[in-house]
Design a protein. Structure first.
Length: 74
């Protein structure tokens, strides 16, 4: 969707699943007419970004501890 580049996503269902697909035009129409969906989508995106950032920070700290041999773990 962003930058008009193709995107790919893969998911594996653990149970019965329904798949719902929207093309870009339909999605934009939906978002224009339902601002609450935009809010909920942005919150969901921020939760994922926050989790990724937190995990990256923990990995960075672990790497720094390894490089500088801090806390006697290595």
């Amino acid at each position: 969707m962003t930058y008009n580049e193709p995107r790919y996503a893969a998911l594996r269902a653990q149970g019965g699943t329904r798949v719902f697909a929207l093309n870009r035009e339909r999605l934009e129409t939906l978002l224009d007419s339902h601002p609450r969906i935009v809010y909920k989508a942005m919150r969901a995106i921020m939760r994922v970004v926050h989790a990724i950032q937190r995990r990256m920070n923990l990995h960075l700290i672990e790497l720094q501890n390894y490089i500088y041999k801090v806390h006697g773990k290595y």
